[in-house]
Design a protein around this ligand. Structure first.
Ligand code: ADP
Ligand code: ZN
Ligand code: ZN
Length: 814
């Protein structure tokens, strides 16, 4: 008898596997998706190990193989186990990361007859079970649902149980098929001769049906049928107009099925490797050598940190390193931050590897994701590109993993278990598969840079931008001290330097970006009489005023309320709107620069599938002069006309109570500053702040990563923050504040007792204390921060009740 250790899709399974016996005749392998009985249910499971002995005495049998069959690769199995252990997450949550989209679907039960069955048993059946058996035999294989329709739900189930018990019928299970609806597009064409259409146009016009006339005329001028979307866009027609023409028999509408592909190669011109500048060539040569070493096998594959400002040619190096990977018979995965996964980014890869680039991301429909996943698994792509979850793409023969903008916080899964970091997973996957990892960044994570300096990673530097014409250096950055502005009586949002620079930029036909780290209008609303601040009743954070909805909004939980007429505490009508967000900035710009065309880009403005793109396209087409936005603006914008970037306030991120506040501010400012001067017109950056002497601001102004790093790493060492220690954040949430506090205090005692019992000296606890966001959606939150090393294994021995979330290596503490 053989046994299998199975990760079961049940919340109760937590971090462990369960032993099942493999019935004779069933062939099961590691990584296989199977059905297993669990309690009184039948659940999905993945076989993680095969053994000769079960871990418990009593085992049940594996019920069968899931159809369609699915098998994870051995390194995916190892990776899932590691994720569950390191991030202390339920095992199946980790396994689920590797499964095809939509795997957790409904189960369909099928019934069929075995080829041999005892004749005498059939004869002894009463009439009704006999009819059911006849029915099953007649159909060959039939779903339980069909039987239930035919014989009634209760009856069918009872009879089937009886027949299965007598081995006259067998049950099998399958996942409900993924319904991939074919995508159809409507086309319009003329249904009459062009001459008749022309006469009809005249007649319609005379009757005053101008819209119908316009559409008909337009169609009669087209050489072939036209997609409805295009007709609508080009002449602004609507559905009623087309319907009217169709009902008169003048036009016909066809539904045409289109192939569903995330990348349309039709409009992409293939690109060829550029001839590299010396710094790029040196970097590429090192990576190539690493790829070659990895291909020969043996030692641990290399990790590279490619450090170069935006525009220094990193992407070109990724492309050429991927080409080398393909030449060596391998494939690659490229991770980009979610926000950077724009059609332009995808196109750049697709142009270099025509027809050979797969894309995985959540904006694709389930059907698209499912198709793409299968194609990746079949080895149809040289390169898979996507956000953090693409690290789990079933890309075979992995030879290279690129993590672009490796410092990005979006690589960490925030609100859901496992709280993994895609960079860390990429490094682990590299070790497991022998793939080389290239981390790229303009402002590397301090921890990454530290490891590179210590020689754990190869440090490759690209000190300058690759600019086609010489003389387009990094932009000049000016830091404006807002305290001085106040002293001289300037209370507006724009310092004198900033407004002068804006006037100048606009007058010379340039474009301006204004950056503010908060969306909405006023960032808090206060009664001038008694000082009362309007707060979210569920989260207690200050509510923000949004002009477009004329509502106060909680940025934490989206709670909304109308703007009150009077203060609820003192009934005074003197309510004041304070602080500033993108919407308020947009208004102020309108007052101060009434001539300029404004455009706002923040998460309120972008909620659809392409609306990021639409906003960007508008700005690119110079349909606006000033773009106002949050940190979204900072990413990947590459526009030659931007001659001025104004950071309206650098202080929001600087003042967060978090050990990464300095790093975060430096990264943001560097990125924002990198947006100016991409073209031949040069560029300027103005940073407004109340703390001009802060090292993060100083270093960003000088475009000096090293200056920032030296200061930052010194602080980290002094305060024993990462990379000098590991952190874990434990947060407990409860609707009752007192219960919440007590549980947090109890946990603190459990942890410190365990630490003392084991004599661990380098483990310290901060808290328990109310979390920075003390209330979230009506729940109180208390936090314990643990600082030490090997926290994953230390915590794995401590029972952690429901209601706690554990975050190993949190990206921030607030
Ligand atoms: P990064 O990824 O560091 O931002 P890119 O690879 O996007 O840099 O390069 C910036 C710009 O310079 C792109 O338009 C790219 O096509 C161009 N470029 C990169 N390398 C070269 C080169 N060796 N010769 C000419 N142009 C280059
Ligand atoms: Zn009041
Ligand atoms: Zn709230």
């Amino acid at each position: 008898m053989r046994y299998a250790e199975v990760s079961v899709n049940a919340p109760a399974a937590q971090r462990r596997t369960f032993s099942y016996a493999i019935p004779s005749g069933l062939s099961v392998e590691v990584g296989q998706a199977v059905w297993v009985p669990f309690g009184n249910k039948l659940l999905q499971g993945i076989v993680l190990e095969l053994t000769d002995y079960p871990a418990v005495e009593e085992t049940r049998d594996i019920e069968g193989i899931i159809d369609p069959p699915l098998q994870l690769s051995p390194h995916q199995v190892t990776l899932a186990r590691w994720i569950s252990e390191y991030y202390l997450s339920p095992l199946f949550d980790a396994v689920a990361l590797m499964l095809p989209p939509g795997f957790e679907r409904k189960v369909v039960t099928f019934l069929s007859c075995p080829s041999f069955y005892p004749q005498y048993d059939v004869l002894s059946l009463t009439p009704e079970p006999g009819r059911v058996l006849e029915f099953v035999r007649g159909q060959g294989k039939v779903s339980l649902k069909t039987l239930e329709k035919e014989f009634g739900k209760r009856r069918a189930q009872a009879i089937i149980s009886q027949l299965v018990g007598r081995h006259l019928v067998v049950r099998t299970y399958a996942l409900e098929p993924v319904r991939v609806r074919p995508k159809k597009v409507a086309y319009l064409r003329l249904n009459v001769a062009a001459s008749e259409a022309q006469r009809e146009v005249v007649r319609l016009r005379a009757k005053g049906a101008v819209k119908q006339a316009a559409l008909l005329e337009f169609l009669s001028e087209q050489p072939q049928s036209l997609s409805w979307a295009e007709a609508r866009q080009r002449i602004g027609s609507n559905k009623a107009v087309a319907d009217a023409l169709a009902s008169k028999g003048l036009v016909a509408r066809d539904e045409v099925e289109v192939k569903r592909e995330p990348i349309s190669y039709r409009d992409i011109t293939p690109s060829y490797p550029l001839s590299l500048i010396p710094a790029q060539r040196a970097a590429l040569e090192s990576i190539k050598a690493g790829l070659l070493r990895a291909a020969e096998g043996g030692a641990r594959p290399d990790v590279f940190l490619l450090h170069g400002v935006t525009g220094s040619g990193k992407t070109e190096i990724y492309l050429q390193a991927l080409a080398e990977t393909v030449r060596l018979g391998k494939r690659g995965i490229v991770l980009v931050p979610e926000i950077a996964l724009t059609p332009q980014t995808i196109e750049r890869f697709a142009a270099r590897f025509p027809g050979r680039v797969g894309v995985l991301h959540s904006k694709l429909s389930l059907g698209e994701q499912f198709d793409e996943w299968q194609r990746i698994r079949n080895g149809e792509f040289d390169v898979v590109i996507g956000p953090r979850s693409a690290i789990f793409a079933p890309q075979p023969d992995l030879g290279l993993i690129v993590v672009d903008e490796e410092y990005e916080w979006t690589y960490k899964q925030p609100d859901k278990s496992p709280r993994y970091h895609a960079r860390k997973v990429a490094l682990r996957l590299g070790e497991l598969t022998g793939a080389v990892v290239v981390l790229g960044s303009a402002t590397p994570d301090v921890e990454t840079y530290y490891r590179a300096r210590r020689g754990e990673y190869h440090l490759l530097e690209l000190p300058e931008r690759v600019t086609p014409d010489v003389g387009s250096p990094l932009p000049q950055v000016t830091v404006v001290d807002l305290r001085e502005e106040l002293k001289s009586g300037n209370r507006s949002l724009f310092s004198r330097s900033l407004s002068e620079a804006m006037d100048k930029a606009l007058a010379s036909g340039g474009q301006v970006i204004l950056f503010i780290n908060r969306r909405g209008g006023a960032s808090f609303i206060q009664c001038r009489n008694c000082g009362f601040v309007f707060r979210c009743p569920r989260c207690e954070i200050a509510l923000t005023y949004h002009y477009d909805r004329e509502k106060l909004v909680c940025h934490q939980c989206h709670y909304r309320m109308s703007v009150p007429q009077v203060c609820p505490r003192c009934l005074s009508p003197r309510i004041k709107f304070l602080g500033i967000g993108t919407q308020k900035l947009e208004r102020e710009v309108g007052y101060a620069f009434p001539q300029a065309r404004r455009l706002r880009w923040d998460s309120d403005a972008t909620r659809g599938r392409y609306s990021h793109e639409e906003i960007l396209d508008k700005f690119r087409a110079h349909e606006a002069d000033i773009l106002i936005g949050t940190q979204m603006i900072a990413k990947g914008l590459d526009l030659p006309l931007i001659t001025l970037v104004g950071v309206v306030s650098a202080d929001t991120s600087l003042n967060l109570p978090d050990f990464r506040a300095g790093e975060r501010t430096f990264q943001l400012l560097s990125q924002v500053a990198g947006r100016a001067g991409r073209g031949t017109m040069g560029g300027q950056v103005i940073i407004q702040t109340y703390s001009p002497e802060h090292y993060a601001i100083q270093a960003a102004a000088k475009h000096d990563y090293t200056l920032f790093y030296e200061q930052e790493i010194a602080y980290r060492r002094q305060l024993r923050n990462p990379p000098f220690a590991q952190l874990a954040s434990l947060v407990y949430g409860h609707t009752n504040g007192i219960i919440c506090q007590r549980e947090a205090e109890r946990m603190e005692r459990v942890i410190s007792t365990e630490r003392d019992a084991r004599g661990i000296a380098d483990l310290s606890l901060i808290g328990p204390a109310p979390a920075f966001i003390h209330r979230l959606r009506g729940r109180f939150r208390w936090q314990i921060i643990i600082r030490g090393s090997g926290l994953d294994s230390f915590l794995s021995s401590i029972p952690i009740p429901q209601g706690w979330t554990v975050d190993i290596d949190p990206v921030g503490l607030v």
